[in-house]
Design a protein around this ligand. Structure first.
Ligand code: HEC
Ligand code: HEC
Ligand code: HEC
Ligand code: HEC
Ligand code: HEC
Length: 396
């Protein structure tokens, strides 16, 4: 009886933005494989496919940390908050303090929140029916309303895509601008800005973006190439030829994309070795998520032997309102922002070693800086791996 009353309460205290159920026929990428297997394969290798709590160690441990440090807020509530962009097909989109009180007593096992988080509809993270089932994107909403709060969904079984003449026996199709002429609008649903619980905006990729004619998809899905959207033969017995892009969404986790991502110039100046990093991209680097790092290592060599190594860590650090180091999502402020702006450059000074006759400068990128890696106890070597951007050698 008590339980029934509690559940009634839960029903009232949980409300959702317009959540449209994804039918079983469409809910995971496996359902698309028989006709779009090449696309499914590319997507499986992408970080969109890893955006769920269970599949990304960094995301998971950040959520756990935020929950530990947020008095009274349950782990499930934090998961639901983050799901807005990381798991947008979730059926519960916010929770109340009543829910947290019930969760603290561990009486939320049968709640809508728990069920929504366990549903296999969301276990793939940002999958096909996240992007291809969006009906409208609302750009007139407040800037911080993102992900699930910024879109409405098509009825289940209608796929939005780039073509106006596609026909499929498996699903309805509809063309949308954000799939064709204006794909940045789709990316900015989530890759725009994020604000901590303290009201601190720790990332603002959309504001930093300086479009020079290139769209996000031109670089992160590759340029258009000839291929097929579906391998299913049409009326003439052959699949329709189409202009397509890759669904790999390669980015910061992909080592070879970092190669030459920045230009490196060096000059011996009055105060030391001046290393200038120039960013040719339309967004800052690092950008997007906080706690990324660019490392500049200078090895001074004399007569073939290394005499000294200097290392600069270019990263953002985040502090709580009490001035303690923390993750971006709990930060009151950013201590330093060392990103290289879009189409801009920054110069850093490395102290010179007087006796050296040569210097080798290696510029690399790391997904998570030392401080946050230690704070969250990240184990996968991926997070500490140095991905090479450029190596430059000069005589002094
Ligand atoms: C993050 C958003 C996103 C996700 C996730 C996504 N797509 Fe796409 N998809 C796009 C965009 C954007 C285009 C349009 C590309 C273009 O032509 O400019 C597209 C195009 C397509 C096309 C047309 C052919 C082509 O390759 O351009 C098909 C078919 C398609 N997607 C199927 C899928 C399937 C199946 C999945 C899941 C395995 C999937 N998509 C996941 C954004 C996404
Ligand atoms: C039985 C085969 C089949 C299955 C299964 C299938 N599709 Fe398709 N799909 C097609 C065909 C055929 C087209 C049209 C291709 C063309 O015209 O080039 C298509 C087109 C598309 C397009 C482009 C629509 C447009 O208007 O631009 C998207 C997006 C898409 N499918 C997504 C999906 C997703 C997501 C799934 C899984 C939930 C899926 N499809 C399952 C056959 C299938
Ligand atoms: C529904 C929200 C959402 C949409 C829409 C979306 N993304 Fe993402 N994207 C994410 C999240 C969340 C991650 C991080 C996943 C992770 O690392 O676990 C991500 C990761 C990425 C990455 C990987 C970066 C890396 O570090 O490897 C790239 C590249 C990317 N997205 C590009 C795009 C592009 C291009 C579009 C538009 C076509 C797009 N995304 C649309 C939420 C979204
Ligand atoms: C001219 C090509 C280009 C365009 C256009 C572009 N990017 Fe990038 N982006 C890159 C490269 C190159 C990198 C750095 C190498 C890497 O991520 O592996 C990068 C990095 C990123 C990262 C990881 C940044 C970090 O420091 O963690 C994200 C996320 C991202 N891009 C998203 C986007 C989104 C969203 C758009 C559109 C608003 C966009 N990009 C437009 C080329 C581009
Ligand atoms: C407004 C949309 C949005 C919300 C809400 C959001 N994220 Fe993200 N998150 C992103 C995007 C987009 C990326 C990928 C950007 C990049 O790699 O630079 C990302 C990346 C991350 C990453 C880096 C993952 C990796 O593999 O490197 C972590 C960790 C993360 N988010 C944690 C969280 C936590 C914890 C919450 C909830 C407290 C949250 N996010 C809420 C959009 C969002």
């Amino acid at each position: 009886m008590v339980r029934l009353v509690l559940l009634g309460l839960l029903g009232l205290s949980l409300y959702g933005a317009e959540a449209v159920k994804v039918g079983d026929k469409y809910k995971n990428s496996g359902k698309c494989k028989s006709c779009h297997s090449h696309i499914v394969k590319e997507w499986e290798g992408s970080w969109h496919a890893k955006s769920h709590y269970a599949n990304d160690e960094y995301f998971q441990k950040t959520i756990d940390y935020v929950a530990r440090k947020s008095n009274g807020r349950s782990l499930n509530s934090i998961k639901i908050e983050c799901a807005a962009c990381h798991n947008p097909r979730i059926s519960v989109t916010s929770t109340s303090s009543e829910y947290d009180a019930i969760a603290a007593l561990k009486l939320d096992k049968d709640s809508a929140a728990t069920k929504a988080l366990q549903s296999d509809t969301i276990s793939e993270g940002i999958n096909c029916v996240v992007c291809h089932n969006i009906d409208q994107i609302y750009d007139n909403l407040p800037e911080n309303e993102r992900g699930i709060h910024r879109v409405t969904w098509m009825r289940s079984g209608t796929m939005t895509g780039p073509y106006d003449d596609a026909k499929s026996p498996y699903h309805r199709v509809e063309q949308r601008d954000f799939m064709e002429t204006n794909p940045n609008q789709l990316c900015f649903v989530c890759h725009a800005n994020d604000t901590s619980r303290e009201g601190h905006r720790f990332t603002d990729m959309q504001a930093e973006f300086k479009s020079g004619g290139k769209q996000c998809v031109d670089c992160h899905m590759g340029s258009h190439k000839e291929g097929v959207a579906s391998t299913l033969p049409g009326a003439n017995g052959k699949p329709t030829k189409r202009l397509i892009r890759s669904h790999g969404f390669i980015g910061a986790h992909t080592e070879n994309l970092w190669k030459d991502a920045l230009r490196v110039d060096m000059r011996k100046g009055a105060k030391g070795l001046e290393v200038t990093l120039t960013n040719p991209l339309p967004h800052a680097l690092p950008s997007g998520f906080g706690s990324r790092e660019i490392i500049v290592e200078a090895q001074f060599v004399k007569g073939g032997k290394i005499v000294k190594t200097e290392t600069l860590s270019l990263t953002s650090r985040f502090l709580t309102k009490r001035g303690k180091p923390t993750v971006p999502h709990l930060a009151k402020k950013t201590v330093e922002n060392v990103s290289i702006p879009a189409n801009g450059s920054k110069t850093f000074i490395v102290p010179l070693e007087g006796s050296a006759d040569q210097v080798t400068v290696v510029v690399s990128y790391r997904l998570v800086n030392d401080e946050i890696r230690e704070m969250l106890d990240l184990k996968d070597p991926l997070w500490s791996k140095k991905m090479l951007i450029k190596k430059v050698n000069v005589k002094l």
